[in-house]
Design a protein around this ligand. Sequence first.
Ligand code: AMP
Length: 215
Amino acid sequence: MQIIIFGSPGVGKGTQAKIIALKFNIPHISTGDILREAINDQSELGNKAKEIVERGELVPDDIMGEIVKDTLHNEKCRNGFILDGYPRTVAQARILDNILNNLNKNKTHLIKLDADDDVIVKRLSNRLVCKKCGNIIVNHELKENSKCKVCGSENSYIKRKDDEEEVIRRRLKVYHETTAQVISYYKDKLHIHEVDGTLPIEKVTEQIIFQLKMN
Ligand code: AMP
């Protein structure tokens, strides 16, 4: 099963993608996670992407295309994948079409999670992320630098640089500017499953699974 999960930053794409990946036994490919890992490792890719990601802007399409091509050609994606954070531009959507054609993978589902910008800003500016395992909490649950409640590492929770309100607003602006074009690119090609991202996590999952099974 090939799935693209789409939606504004902070709408819950990552959370849902992880659940759906487990449910269908397919890998969760998050281009944001790949870039953050590269930035942490200070790899060549990470050094190129660092400032762009921290400003909340988009990494160039050619760089992203190479990352996605390498990842989707990997054996672990043989039975499908859930792609989170890609494509974000029409050029990326075209690159993805080519990659999937070459791999002979034709039926792809597109899930679009929706939520108002104000809900997103409130959610993201209140969240902390474990720098080791990626666990996400809301910051009144535990303080910055607390021990991670999932992987147990010390001093783990941080506020992501791109979760500052100003950066979130810029990420949302970039999302709205580019998303409409990507969605209209896909309108005649794929069935788009639209799901309300403001519902409780389990309800969102339920709706996604229902829609995937119906189509
Ligand atoms: P995300 O975690 O998906 O919100 O991604 C975090 C940041 O990584 C984005 O704000 C971009 O700077 C960068 N990024 C992730 N995916 C892409 C992509 N497909 N194209 C360009 N930049 C990306």
